[in-house]
Each structure stands twice: as structure tokens, then as C-alpha cells.
Design a protein around this ligand. Sequence first.
Ligand code: ADP
Ligand code: MG
Ligand code: MG
Length: 254
Amino acid sequence: MSVLEIRDLHVSVETDQGTKPILKGVDLTIRKGETHAIMGPNGSGKSTLAYTIAGHPKYTVESGSITLDGEDVLAMSVDERARAGLFLAMQYPVEIPGVTVTNFLRTAKTAIDGEAPSVRSWIKDVRSAMSDLRMDSTFAERNVNEGFSGGEKKRHEILQLELLKPSFAVLDETDSGLDVDALKIVSEGVNRAKENTGLGVLLITHYTRILRYIKPDFVHVFVAGKVAEQGGPELADRLEDEGYDRYLSDAPVA
Ligand code: ADP
Ligand code: MG
Ligand code: MG
């Protein structure tokens, strides 16, 4: 059983004012097939955790570890992380001029699997995944992220998720900017990946709305760079009613 483990993780970011500590001792264990929601107020460090798992150069790991089945993720390049089975939605946020969605997906699939997919089955898989996500077939011939709307970017992320078949996915604010219909379609895609491949999910969100469609097994409340409380889905229900006030009033002044 595959497991992603984060141990006593301390991360800082370089700012104009110098080095700023953000993550202050994060512990998380995510097994394949599990969905963990990371919730918390703005500025609590949720995206910093996502960027650190993704290997973003701006974030410095001061101490602690991230391992995937015992392998040191922090020692891996961004490409190696993808080949090891980590899917990081923010990994390819940029426009890629002249590279179509089709070619991008095929190149990524080839890099991750170590061999090119057979043309016939690949075209079938891409078409079927696009149709599941209610994406127009012309989308495949557009350049990656060029003029994509917020909703198209999210669908493209989930399209990658369904085709690349990672072991673990980190989804940061996948719900932001989506109307209810798009949110349902995107959530169904994540749920299909969970069912079909036993995907483990780290679902980062400020709002509880997406958790109506993607059911978490565990909920972690992030405050001031660490997990302040954890529980099951009922914790998300409580946050929906009460918000984050109780954590903020208790939080020590940084
Ligand atoms: P969240 O995703 O929970 O809203 P972030 O991880 O984005 O939180 O931010 C946590 C804190 O770290 C904030 O105070 C934010 O201003 C700071 N921070 C994050 N990234 C940077 C950066 N690249 N430069 C400067 N400050 C940053
Ligand atoms: Mg934020
Ligand atoms: Mg964020």
C-alpha cells in the first residue's frame, strides 16, 4: 500500500524582507485511496505545503521530511516526483506556446510511463476522458493554458489526472472560480480517478463547498503553518457552520 508521509516539516520563503518561516512542523500521512482535506484561513500556509510537495524553488525546506513509500521526495527533481506518482496540479500552470493539449498530454504520459502509449488506445482514452469532462473536442488542439478560462484550466488539470494516473494528487483550490455545474464535473473526474486507480488525494480548500462532491476521509485544519486540529468529515461540517474564528482567536501571535 502506497503512502505519502510528511514529518515535522518546516518551510520558509524568501521575501524582500528576508527569510520568512511559514510551515512550522507539519505532520500528515496519506495512504493511497484516502482523501484528506486541508482546510484553513487565508495565509495559513496551505499553498506553501502544495508548492513544497511540488518542488517549487521559492520554498526552502528548513527541516523535516516528505517521503513516498520511504523514498525521499525532497531529493527528487520535479520530473522525478511526477514519475514517482505524484500529481501536482500547479506543476504546469504556464502557457506553453505552440504545444497543443494533445501533444502535451502525450509527452507527459510518455515521460511518466517511460514509453509512449499506443496511438489507438491513447486517442480513445483522451476522447473518452474529454467527453466525461464535457470538454469540446476542439480543446485538444488548443495551446496549453493559452487563453484558457478558469474553468478550462481546472478541467485540463483533471484531464491530466485521469490520463496520467498518478498515485497521489495535490489539488490546491480546485474549486476556486468554478460555478456549481463545473464544480460537479470536475469533482466527478476526481471521484472517477479515486475509483479507477485508488488515487490518494490531498484536497486543499478554504471553503467546504467542494467537500459536498468529493468526500474527505480526514479533515485537517491548518492554522499559522501547522495542523491545529484533525478529524473526520464531521469537522468540515462544523467549519461550514462556525468558520475559522475559534482557531484564530486561540492562535498565538506570530
Ligand atoms: P494559504 O494558501 O493558506 O492562503 P499561503 O501558503 O499562500 O497560504 O501563504 C502563507 C503565508 O506565506 C502568507 O503570509 C503569505 O503571504 C506568505 N507567502 C507565501 N508565499 C510567499 C511568497 N512567494 N513570497 C512572500 N510571502 C509568501
Ligand atoms: Mg491564500
Ligand atoms: Mg492558498
